[in-house]
Design a protein around this ligand. Structure first.
Ligand SMILES: NC(=O)C1=CN([C@@H]2O[C@H](COP(=O)(O)OP(=O)(O)OC[C@H]3O[C@@H](n4cnc5c(N)ncnc54)[C@H](O)[C@@H]3O)[C@@H](O)[C@H]2O)C=CC1
Ligand SMILES: [Mg+2]
Length: 340
């Protein structure tokens, strides 16, 4: 039932980078991930992104743009010393990635230190991750999400679930080991399917009661253990809206940090145009309904929905562009437009 993989959007990495530099960068990254000594050396010349209780530090430029300040290790050591902390704490930084210039990028949570004092020294503000997603541009949003996801994982996996003994991390933070049981733990993502269902003319969008008012999104659901992605997709659609899927086409994927790390697999799917009656599972969804191309096109133009005097949005709108749901909706609208 899964259609042959067809890339609807060409990601930037497919266009711009020569394979030579990409290969050497990935090999360098893998070395510092696996070898403690290489990672310690990389930290000396690397970039560090600060978080306070998982909220990333952002800096507003004079032109009003928000950026993710990349601090040098010596800067962070200086900040720690100024605030009466042990500068060796910087070694707890977690490797996130590396730049095109092979500079390692780390995340470090200063949650044990007074927030305002760090903000003053860094000339920045710690911002909730959801807000940071709105404020940052381009590749900074996935980077900051990845850094936070890794910090969160370390903060919540300090003990072995078999022996109850403390686990020890390697230098990069790519794993934790319980030396008592020999179990190695790796950072985890939960697989989720997200699907834009079409009957050929309309697309189906739903909303949970916790969504901001007026916002509808593509339907999503966690994969059960042992399921294929296609099985999870068919089951979720059957459970949530009582429809039977006819065909599936893969679109793309995204790491989603809210509320915990999910691996979103995004697909388009179709139903028989004669079998479109929606029966909503009211436990999961507040509402789900079919939307026309015109309605969707209008919603895609809304960047900030108008609000009533209680601050609630007053129109139908869809998730912002950083969410993969938006991309699915955009792709569907483009394809419908080409058909008409
Ligand atoms: N990036 C994007 O564009 C979008 C992302 N999402 C994300 O997709 C995720 C799944 O969507 P839902 O409709 O809420 O899923 P869902 O339809 O599977 O319902 C959630 C329920 O599934 C159960 N569940 C099973 N495995 C779980 C696990 N590993 N973690 C948490 N709960 C689990 C829980 O009972 C939970 O209440 C959400 O975290 C949401 O944030 C949803 C829409 C758009
Ligand atoms: Mg769901």
């Amino acid at each position: 039932m899964l259609q042959p993989l067809r890339i609807l959007f060409r990601p930037k990495w497919m266009v711009s980078r020569s394979s030579g530099s990409y290969v050497s960068r990935m090999r360098h990254l893998n070395k510092i991930k696996e070898e403690d000594e290489a990672c310690r050396a990389a930290l000396q010349s690397g970039n560090i992104f600060l978080y306070h209780k998982l909220a990333p530090l952002l800096r507003r430029t004079d032109s009003g743009i928000y950026q993710l300040p990349a601090l040098q290790t010596k800067d962070v050591e200086e900040i720690l010393e100024k605030l009466g902390e042990d500068k060796e704490m910087v070694k707890e930084s977690i490797l996130i990635n590396c730049t095109e210039q092979n500079e390692a990028q780390f995340s470090f949570d200063v949650g044990a230190i007074e927030q305002a004092a760090v903000e003053e020294l860094c000339r920045g503000t710690f911002v909730d991750l959801r807000k940071a997603f709105f404020l940052l541009r381009g590749s900074e949003a996935p980077l900051v999400a990845r850094g936070q996801a890794l910090l969160r994982w370390h903060q919540t996996n300090g003990f072995c679930s078999s022996t109850g003994q403390p686990t020890q991390r390697n230098q990069s933070g790519s794993q934790r080991v319980c030396h008592s049981s020999g179990i190695t733990y790796y950072p985890k993502m939960s697989p989720v399917v997200i699907v834009l269902l079409s009957d050929g003319k309309r697309c189906l969008l739903g909303r949970q009661s916790t969504f901001p008012r007026g916002m509808y999104s593509a339907l999503a659901g966690f994969c059960d253990i042992g399921e294929t992605m296609e099985e999870a997709l068919r089951r979720e659609i059957a459970e949530e809206v009582g429809l039977e899927v006819e065909s599936i086409q893969y679109s793309g994927s995204q790491h989603w940090p809210f509320p915990q790390s999910s691996f979103m697999v995004a697909c388009h799917a179709t139903v028989n145009p004669d079998k479109t009656h929606v029966s909503v599972d009211k436990v999961e969804l507040e509402d789900a309904r079919w939307f026309s191309l015109e309605e969707v096109q209008e919603a895609l133009t809304i960047k900030a929905p108008p609000r009533n005097n209680k601050g609630e949005p007053t129109v139908f709108w869809v998730p912002p562009s950083y969410a993969i749901a938006n991309r699915l909706i955009q792709e569907w609208a483009n394809q419908q437009h080409l058909k008409s």
